[in-house]
Design a protein around this ligand. Structure first.
Ligand SMILES: *Cc1c(COP(=O)(O)O)cnc(C)c1O
Length: 368
């Protein structure tokens, strides 16, 4: 059996350090925020090459508070992509704003800058590209368009810890960048977690208030805030794991390179594309095939678990029917949703396991 993800293998590889970190927090009594979270914020900001990081309880909360920090609310539009996890659009709705979608680039499946300008209206207040599967969107083009229109950019970097674009790290380019530490992400907590990074002192101060009931000082609530604080245990766990992130990213990239080489000649499928000048961190390694469902069933029958990221684009989700989009509105995203198949990829995946997955896929390609 080859699981899609193996969180227990990662824990086993660093168990003594994680156990010590968790027990340290239990003994300290600092269960919400506290010193471990504050230190993690400093270390993660430095990792991203940003001035500030504000830790919260989920990646979705980081997106929500980033929108609020920019003053976005009811009547406003935020331009994003339909080919993403639903949280991107949900965060925009939490803020009371309306998600406006633009289709993705057919090669990278990230926001297509060539289509961005047509989606901007007088109500647009921000642009929220998604660094999908671990590869950054074309930030140079997106920032140029955003600057021309005087619009801030919020990077949804929830899948892209440590990715870069022209030498600049994910999260550090836009006004704010948001990350998730959901256990399955490249940097995952032992529970939920998220963070927003920014170079703006003002945005950081606003985020710190908003995550903690809008307090400026204890019981002085200057903003309508939220309980979006990070747990002390998650801060301590993430500090340990951050020290391994580069090693783990290299291991993910090695798995991806091995898949690339082994599958290069397999027919009937397209491999993920790493755009020039971008460092893909392979949160997801998604091949594309018109026979996706059959491939997935055959792999599962052989004990190989795969995933779909994502099978229904957000504009066609029932929950967002009120936005008024229809099938056919975003053909690139819709085609991708029917064809993507995510192969197992994690630092602990062995070369032999990668070869096994690739051999099975190649066999299926010939059968098909
Ligand atoms: C995981 C994810 C989120 C949400 O993060 P949570 O921590 O689960 O709230 C948002 N956007 C994208 C693209 C994600 O992959």
């Amino acid at each position: 059996m080859i699981p899609f993800l193996d969180l227990k293998a990662q824990y086993a590889s660093i168990k003594p350090e994680i156990d010590r970190a968790v027990l340290g927090v239990l003994a300290s009594g600092h269960y919400v925020l506290g010193e471990e979270v504050a230190l993690f914020e400093k270390e993660f900001a430095a990792y991203c090459g940003a001035r500030h990081a504000v830790a919260v309880n989920t990646g979705t909360s980081a997106l929500h508070l980033s929108l609020l920090a920019l003053g976005i609310g009811s009547g406003d539009e935020v331009v994003t992509v339909p080919f993403t996890f639903v949280a991107t659009a949900s965060a925009i709705c939490y803020a009371g704003a309306r998600p406006v979608f633009v289709d993705v680039d057919p090669r990278t499946l990230t926001m297509d800058p060539a289509r961005l300008e047509a989606a901007i209206t007088p109500r647009t207040r921000a642009i929220m590209p998604v660094h999908l599967h671990g590869q950054m969107a074309d930030m140079e083009m997106i920032m140029a368009i955003a600057e021309r229109h005087g619009l801030p950019v919020i990077e949804d970097a929830c899948q892209a810890h440590g990715a870069d674009c022209s030498g600049r790290r994910a999260g550090s380019i836009g006004a704010l960048g948001c990350f998730s530490f959901y256990p399955g992400k490249n940097l995952g907590a032992c529970g939920e977690g998220g963070i927003a990074v920014t170079n703006s002192d003002r945005h950081a101060a606003t985020l710190r208030m908003l995550r903690d009931w809008g307090q400026e000082a204890r019981y002085r609530h200057v903003l309508k805030g939220f309980n979006y604080r990070m747990d002390g245990i998650q801060g301590a766990v993430l500090r340990v794991k951050l020290r391994y992130l580069e090693r783990w990213t290299d291991a993910r990239r090695a798995v991806a390179a091995r898949y690339d080489a082994l599958l290069a000649r397999a027919g009937g499928m397209a491999l993920p594309v790493q755009a020039v000048g971008r460092r893909h961190v392979y949160h997801i390694y998604a091949i594309r095939s018109p026979r996706r469902d059959a491939l997935q069933r055959r792999l599962l029958a052989e004990g190989i678990q795969t995933g779909l990221h994502y099978p229904i684009p957000v504009h066609l989700q029932e929950a967002h029917a009120d936005l008024g989009y229809r099938a056919g509105d975003f053909p690139i995203a819709e085609a991708a949703a029917g064809e993507v198949l995510s192969l197992p990829i994690y630092p602990e995946l062995s070369a032999r396991q990668v070869e096994e997955v690739a051999a099975m896929l190649e066999q299926e390609a010939h059968v098909g």
